[in-house]
Design a protein around this ligand. Sequence first.
Ligand code: MN
Length: 267
Amino acid sequence: MVASLLEARRELALANRIVANEGVIDAFGHVSMRVPGRPDRYLLSRSRAPELVTPDDLIEYDLDSQPLREPGVGQYSERVIHGEIYKARPDVMAVCHHHCPAFMPLLATGTDYVPIFHLGAVGGIRPPFWDQRDEFGDTNMLVVKPEEGASLARALGQGFLVLMKRHGVTVVGTSLRDCVFRAVFSARNAEYQVRALAIGSVSALSPGETELAGGISKKTTGLDRSWEYWTLRVAKAGGVPPAAKPRAGSRRKAARAGGRKAGRAKR
Ligand code: MN
């Protein structure tokens, strides 16, 4: 789907803005993607609120979460979440880490996430909890050491969602759009589940229903339909990311093309 690296960079900047615009991430949280054709590398923004991320903010990392080139800018401290999951899960092409308000009541009480409607099935039947305290004792709650990221990746297992006690959530996908779809709709589900718990007992989808409904993001046009809708909402909010700056060689070409276009416009 994503043909070139420039296109991938723009798509990832847009993904960050979509997840922010939908209320899943705010000043913190981040979305990464594996570099197309380079399973040993991933792209993640420099330390910046996701709603502001541009293609040029994206840094290329190896799976040990080391930048390929010294970026000369601040980096996210929790990037090992991404690198260690990419190492453990070759099928995962994108990762989103967030502290969405909708999830916080579940994370504070250790209440299981259960799908309460078809789109909530994207989170799985009963996604695992991970408690940093279990293995690492008192920490500042940030996942910064490779062994902490690896522990989180083990807890995730083969699932798509892992709940981080007193912290947040990490969601993965088999593509960038799949990851965004799961991030947004699992957050909606958490919101509805917590509201439902306040007024009565929750009737969740059965394991069979969860499995069937969970295929929605892969087997229907829902993924592209949602992406188009969320992109429109970002555009209405005035938040479309700028295009990536082409590299030096192609910049001259672009300038020539621009000149021709301007010439035509005059005629
Ligand atoms: Mn975090």
